[in-house]
Design a protein around this ligand. Structure first.
Ligand code: ME8
Length: 650
């Protein structure tokens, strides 16, 4: 059986961070696991290099676009190589073969009547590579997703008839309940499709850094929309439309994505494949979002966690273990050094590392390091039955990418081992002259460690290879079949004395995240309406926060002491708000349509007081007002009765 696993291809507008590393670690783990099982694996990763965003980033750095893309793509590839990521192919969307494959696909869809020419006009956010309807813009200008300025783009465009696939997609989701993993994400996709799909603009004329249309169309004004180009990488990598020998790997068994790009993969991608008459992937696995110390990572905040830095400080395999153990697949996770250190000390050092150290120590004392499994079943049949039960049940979690459940279950083996040592106290048995019994406990634990190492191997390849080496075997498909599947015990061997694998860590090894830096513009702003557009845009975020995160927000009562209109702005007022400090704060708020400047002076409002200052239309804004909005308009949140300026709210 073959197993094709993919990561998203990463944009070459910045270096890899731990979010990218997480997706890549999971894909690498699955590829290694399936290889261990003896399956024929193909693992694809790569970089997404076209589009206006990349063109603009290159310009900012003063580099030719291709050179810029080459450099950043190499950073990704080098990092994965340094991390030992076992990819079979690293695709770049600027590869000639890929571009030819995309053109071929476009031609096929066009010939089928699924692509037609029309016109598109809308507000375009370059950063999100997405059009937004005016109703969704903040202050009529800013992108509701990233807060950056949008610009009006009117262009002739080719459209993909996405609307024609609505019904077929719904039928497909219905017939394949585990197409989207975790299953909890399925409904949001179904509801989106049920809400109606508009045709998708799939070409651009406003820039040129993209795949040109196929020559047969005789239209060289257009380049392809970056998402059409990008999604097709999963089959162009296999030689789609060229030499299709590797297309035998298609359909992919597992396409891993972050939840931000689930819709692209669970709606647009299947529709493209249907149009091309190709089978759909078996599973789209969408993982959650990593934050740092509770905050969204972003370059402008300067709090991006560099996977290289973390791996250098704490060890690459510890990082792999932590990320895949800490967070249930699909949920958001927080990277904090405290949580990381706890995992290393308790799971790896205490549970796994100590067990190994103990049997090295005991076997050294009792049997000159020789370990023999001959009496394991005589004295420990019940423990071995427990071990087998864990082994029988644990692998199914990997089929659903439930990495944390898998590791949690696997760790039960170490509990069985530790309990056996406590219960049978080999040192007592030795004193009583029951040498066979004492050595049987040691051999039981050695076998537990061997079996666990095989299944832990995809997560921690080097560490487990070291453990296996100490236990006198190699981790490979044969070991997997024997030790995990067939219940075989280790032959007699001499255990190697190795230094502790997981030294305890007492204090953080890296500097703490810097405080957030000024970021996107903020003002009292109407909440953007729910997205419903023909363009994929939704880099989705779950919006649940912890109470600690909530309390990071300083809310204060403020008294408006001055208010004036901002010339040329339909929405903004400039306010001076007394929040109990030496001088009033300037707050620029998007409330002009609902309040006149005069009516506000002397009234009280509720202010978010610890926002980093931001500039709006060139004016400094040092806070944000809380307001509620519905169909009737916007109203400011105010105290029920006057409070002292600066009183805290919460
Ligand atoms: O979206 N937490 O590329 P991209 C978890 N080129 N995962 C994260 C993350 C975070 N904070 N940040 C990024 C693109 N990721 C497109 C994809 S595919 C045909 C085209 C991971 O560089 C996650 O897997 O923005 C996310 O989906 C991917 O990086 C997006 O990387």
């Amino acid at each position: 059986m073959s197993y094709y696993v993919t990561t998203p291809i990463y944009y070459v507008n910045g270096e890899a961070h731990i979010g990218h590393a997480y997706t890549t670690f999971i894909a690498d783990m699955l590829a290694r696991y399936k290889r261990l099982c003896g399956e024929e694996v193909y693992f694809l990763t790569g970089t997404d290099e076209h589009g206006q965003k990349i063109e603009e980033s290159a310009r900012k750095f003063g580099k030719p676009t291709q050179q810029f893309a080459d450099e950043i793509s190499a950073l990704f590839r080098n990092l994965w190589d340094e991390f030992g990521i076992s990819y079979d192919q690293f695709i770049r969307t600027t590869d000639k073969n890929h571009m030819a494959g995309v053109q071929k696909a476009f031609e096929t869809m066009y010939a089928k009547g699924d692509i037609y020419k029309g016109n598109y006009e809308g507000h375009y956010c370059v950063s999100c590579e997405t059009f937004f309807p005016e109703t969704q813009l903040i202050d009529g200008e800013f992108c509701p997703d990233c807060g950056r300025s949008t610009s009006i783009v009117k262009e002739e465009s080719y459209f993909f008839k996405l609307s024609a696939y609505e019904q077929k997609l719904l039928e497909y989701y219905d017939a394949h309940p585990d197409f989207i993993l975790p299953k909890s994400r399925r409904n949001e996709v179904i509801n989106f499709v049920k809400g109606g799909l508009n045709d998708l603009s799939v070409t651009r004329t406003s820039f040129s850094w993209g795949v040109p249309l196929p020559e047969s169309l005789g239209d060289n004004k257009h380049v392809m929309y970056v998402w059409l180009d990008a999604l097709l990488n999963y089959i162009t990598a296999l030689g789609y439309g060229r030499d299709e020998e590797k297309m035998r790997y298609w359909p992919a068994q597992m396409q891993l994505v972050g939840k931000d790009i689930l819709r692209f993969h669970a709606i647009y991608w299947p529709a493209f494949l249907m149009s091309l008459g190709r089978p759909l992937p078996k599973h789209i696995g969408a993982h959650g979002w990593w934050t740092r110390d509770g905050e969204k990572m972003s370059k402008s905040k300067g709090n991006v966690v560099s996977p290289k830095e973390v791996a250098d400080a704490y060890g690459l395999e510890n990082l792999r273990y932590f990320m895949m153990r800490e967070v249930p697949f699909g949920q958001d996770g927080d990277f904090s050094q405290r949580a990381f250190i706890d995992r290393i000390n308790s799971d790896l050092s205490n549970d796994l590392g100590n067990l190994l150290n103990r049997i090295i120590g005991m076997s050294g004392k009792y049997s000159d390091f020789v370990i023999d499994s001959k009496d394991v079943l005589n004295y420990h049949a019940s423990e071995m039955a427990e071990v087998e039960a864990v082994l029988d049940g644990v692998e199914r979690y990997l089929d659903e990418v439930q990495t944390h459940r898998f590791l949690e279950e696997l760790w039960k083996l170490f509990t069985i081992g530790n309990k056996a040592i406590e219960a049978h106290a080999p040192w007592v048995k030795m004193k009583e002259g029951k040498t066979d019994e004492a050595l049987a406990v040691v051999a039981l634990v050695a076998n537990i460690l061997a079996k666990a190492s095989v299944l832990l191997h995809p997560f921690m390849p080097k560490t487990t290879a070291t453990i296996a080496d100490a236990l006198g075997f190699n981790i490979d498909t044969k070991a997997y079949t024997d030790l995990v599947k067939n219940g075989t015990l280790l032959p007699t061997f001499t255990i190697k004395k190795i230094p502790p694998l997981f030294p305890r860590i007492e204090a953080p090894l890296m500097e703490q995240a810097p405080d957030a830096q000024p970021n996107e513009p903020e003002a009292a702003k109407p909440a953007p309406e729910k997205q419903k557009a023909s363009q994929p845009s939704e880099k989705e975020q779950d919006n649940l926060i912890t109470i600690d995160q909530f309390f990071k927000t300083e809310l204060k009562i403020g008294t408006i002491v001055e208010a004036e209109e901002v010339p040329k702005s339909k929405k903004l007022l400039k306010l001076q708000v007394d929040v109990g400090e030496a001088s009033p704060r300037q707050v620029v708020a998007g409330i002009k349509e609902f309040y006149s400047a005069d009516s506000l002076v002397g009234t009280q409002v509720c202010v978010v007081a610890n926002l980093k200052p931001a500039k709006l239309m060139g004016m400094l804004s040092e806070g944000m007002l809380l307001a509620a909005k519905d169909d009737e308009g916007l109203c400011l949140m105010r105290p029920e009765s006057p409070r002292k300026a600066g009183s805290s709210v919460g």
